[in-house]
Design a protein around this ligand. Structure first.
Ligand SMILES: Nc1ncnc2c1ncn2[C@@H]1O[C@H](COP(=O)(O)OP(=O)(O)O[C@H]2O[C@H](CO)[C@@H](O)[C@H](O)[C@H]2O)[C@@H](O)[C@H]1O
Length: 758
């Protein structure tokens, strides 16, 4: 379809009242002709909300189950299900995922910046940083070291030429050696990182002040074996010879100091995300933010994750640092909590806006959400100066931020507008990852001043599209300002450039094609591997591997059937669905295929939370087909793992799917995916080829019930009649290398591209 034709189909779909993906009709909903839903009539007329449709405001889903929440959900489950109690911190499901409620800029008293007068934005810049105004706008200083007093920013000094003094990377304070074991490691890491800096025309900055003796003392006292949890076996302690051998090889290992996998590309990486598993997760973004950083750290990079502190996380400790930031006109106190886990510094941003949001991390109306994200990005961009992880700040040299989705798309903008434009953070880069373009942080242009940006930056936010009209779009600005952009599969990258798949941002993505990259997500095998999965260690489930697949899966399937009160039968194909209940995931297509499914000898288990109508649908299907269907409404990580292990088939009829993690998890568990061939699903599920003995599952080319039925029909046929072929599909799925290590290598290439980009 030509772009013009596609565009008119898109507009036609809207103007003819096609109800978008909320329709249960199915027929008009396949991807090629699908268009974002119509904007509901609103008071604040030009507010573009289509991208957030179904996630907040009037057409929003009501609060989804929180999984503190898991508890809530289990109240409504049959007795048998209540056994599925998480032994881990149960991530949360929010109200209105990226939601936004009715906004009214005029009514808001959140002090907008008016005509260049910046009220009470007073900051003490970090040591050695001079901030000056760019041409034609007033400088905006984001941080304050002391509680602010209200006043007007003094007239900016005339611009100084950037000098070495101005932008060298330097810790804001003299690093204090830590009392735990990280200081030595951090020091080593820093030394590695300092070796390779961006090509610097200026002589390298003087080394940061180092409390040498203290660090040495710390290193001396630090027990590496204790740190990695190495417990010397008793016999080695008794038998001198063996013990000495072991100790000797350990010492060799320490002295060896193998060079990092990343080689000379080692750098400082700060991943900034609104959610991070296992502390706070509502979907795939949380999984990625929890796993990618560890894989990058394994390659030798110094890696930090910055995430809001929504709850009281036992692993993280108050670092005793307080800063003040302004967000949407309000001065806010910020503290930093830190944990060092699996080689990664996790920094949790504590602020009144985030506190107590654990069960509802995207809750509130649009303005509230936006205010949280403004604060988060302003704080995150300065974390490398203020937070001495392991005693040493990351600094802003050889540093790359990885921002994720619209929530943190302001970070590349702040990095440029506050610092890079002013000769500061010259060797810092930003990469923005698109996990889901359907949520963009849209709002009325009138709210732009809340973002505390120079007036001339407005042009980067302004967007007009037939759905939202004239509006300010945070994702659009982030995409333009980021040095590189990654999306989570090559297939999705292609779709993003189309009118149908770009959700209004296709032109921006096309025109920045040179910096676009597609990298498929990986699997965190510590969390998602049938061999070590902690959720398969009780209630009759079992861990298994490819070698023990048949017995292991049979046992997990029986345990799942028992737990859910289904008939325990090995010969009946058990189908699973796991996902957020919204238009994207196409669970309504399964509902539309139910009359056919009801006539099949199958069992169906669906787990999800989200839109109220879809939650009701799950419950109705369970009531109407109690002998074969279970619809679990809620957010339960243990149940997601158990379905993945116990099901024979995983259904993913997603209308669009940037990458999709559940099909990857399914394949790793010997569960065969049946998916709509779109985005990352098309990239990762090669269709079964019975003649070549190849392929990983079944795919269908339109998100319609009849197409799902056709593909599932073939799948069930193979399951019943061609067991050897079935076993082959399972084995191929389980034998793939789906780990994050490969994806991390590809991310590293992007980070390097960004680093050398001027
Ligand atoms: N009710 C429930 N209970 C328990 N667990 C549940 C659950 N509903 C979902 N999950 C879990 O949440 C994760 C969802 O992963 P997806 O890839 O489907 O992510 P999502 O669409 O949110 O994210 C976006 O980002 C990711 C990451 O880039 C992309 O893969 C994806 O295509 C894109 O839409 C999985 O770990 C799944 O098990």
């Amino acid at each position: 379809m030509s772009s013009a034709a596609a565009s008119s189909a898109f507009i036609l779909a809207l103007s003819s009242g096609t109800p978008g993906w909320r329709s249960r009709g199915g027929a008009s909903l396949n991807f090629p002709l699908w268009a974002p839903p119509r904007r509901a009539a609103r008071d604040d007329a030009m507010v573009a909300r289509a991208a957030e449709a179904g996630t907040g405001g009037r057409d929003a889903a009501p609060p989804e189950r929180s999984a503190g929440a898991g508890a809530d959900a289990s109240i409504r489950q049959p007795r048998a299900r209540r056994k599925a109690v998480s032994r881990r911190r149960d991530p949360v499901q929010p109200a209105g995922r990226y939601g936004s409620g009715p906004g009214n800029a005029a009514a808001s008293q959140n002090g907008a910046l008016a005509g260049g007068e910046i009220d009470s934005i007073v900051a003490a810049p970090p040591a050695s940083i001079v901030k000056f105004a760019g041409p034609g706008y007033t400088v905006i200083l984001p941080t304050q070291d002391v509680a602010p007093t209200r006043g007007v920013v003094p007239a900016p000094e005339p611009p100084l030429p950037p000098s070495e003094e101005n932008f060298v990377s330097r810790p804001a304070s003299v690093p204090k050696p830590r009392t735990d074991g990280n200081a030595g490691l951090a020091e080593k890491r820093r030394a590695m990182v300092d070796v390779e800096r961006v090509p610097n025309p200026i002589p390298p900055p003087p080394p940061a002040p180092k409390p040498e003796p203290a660090v040495q003392e710390q290193e001396g006292a630090w027990d590496f074996k204790k740190y990695i949890g190495f417990d010397e076996p008793d016999e080695t302690k008794d038998e001198a010879g063996v013990g000495a051998d072991a100790a000797g090889s350990f010492a060799d290992y320490e002295n060896d100091d193998p060079s990092p996998l990343a080689g000379e590309n080692v750098m400082n990486v700060i991943v900034v995300s609104a959610e991070c598993s296992p502390w706070c997760k509502t979907g795939g973004l949380g999984d990625v933010a929890g796993a990618l950083p560890k894989a990058l750290a394994r390659r030798g990079h110094r890696v930090m994750v910055v995430v809001p502190r929504y709850g009281d996380y036992a692993e993280a400790f108050d670092m005793g640092i307080t800063k003040y930031y302004k967000a949407a006109g309000q001065d806010l106190e910020v503290k930093y909590f830190h944990a060092f886990i699996d080689g990664v510094d996790f920094v949790f941003i504590d602020a009144p806006l985030f506190r107590h949001r654990q069960g509802d991390i995207y809750g509130g109306n649009r303005q509230e959400i936006m205010k949280r994200m403004i604060l988060f990005c302003k704080v995150a961009v300065e974390v490398p100066w203020h937070v001495p992880c392991g005693g040493v700040c990351y600094g802003d040299g050889n540093l790359v931020f990885i921002a994720n989705d619209w929530h943190t798309a302001l970070l590349p903008v702040y990095l440029k507008a506050y610092y890079r434009d002013n000769g500061i953070m010259q060797y810092t880069r930003s990469v923005l990852v698109i996990h889901n373009i359907a949520h963009q942080g849209r709002g009325p242009v009138a709210e732009y001043p809340y973002m505390d940006l120079p007036e001339h930056y407005l042009q980067h936010f302004e967007l007009y599209d037939p759905v939202g009209g004239e509006h300010a779009n945070i994702f659009a600005a982030g995409l333009k300002m980021a040095d590189q952009v990654v999306t989570v599969s090559r297939g999705y990258l292609w779709e993003l450039k189309t009118v149908e798949g770009g959700w209004g941002l296709h032109d921006i993505i096309r025109s920045h094609d040179w910096k676009m990259n597609g990298i498929v997500n990986g699997i965190d095998h510590q969390e998602w591997s049938p061999e070590v999965d902690v959720h398969l260690r009780s209630d009759g489930y079992t861990n298994y591997s490819l070698r023990t697949l048949d017995a292991g899966k049979r046992q997990c399937k029986a345990a799942l059937q028992r737990e859910l009160g289904l008939e325990v039968r090995d010969d009946v194909p058990l189908l699973g669905f796991i996902g957020r209940l919204d238009g994207q995931k196409g669970v309504d297509i399964i509902g539309d295929a139910m009359p056919w499914l009801a006539g099949q000898d199958v069992q169906l288990v669906m787990l999800g939370a989200g839109r109220a109508d879809l939650e009701r649908m799950l419950q109705q299907l369970e009531r109407a087909h109690h002998d074969k269907v279970r619809g679990w409404v809620g957010f339960s990580v243990p149940m997601a793992h158990r379905i993945t292990a116990g099901a024979d088939v995983l259904l993913m009829p997603s209308r669009f799917e940037p990458c999709g993690l559940n099909q990857l998890y399914a394949m790793a568990y010997g569960t065969v995916p049946v998916v709509h061939a779109v985005g990352g699903l098309r990239d990762t599920v090669a269709p079964f080829d019975p003649f070549g003995g190849a392929g990983l599952g079944w795919t269908f080319d339109r998100a319609e019930p009849n197409k799902l039925i056709e593909a599932l029909g073939h799948c069930l046929d193979t399951y019943r009649k061609y067991r050897e072929s079935w076993r082959g599909i399972q084995a191929r799925g389980m034998s793939q290398d789906l780990s994050w290590d490969h994806a991390a290598e590809l991310y590293e290439e992007v980070l390097v591209k960004a680093k050398y980009q001027w």
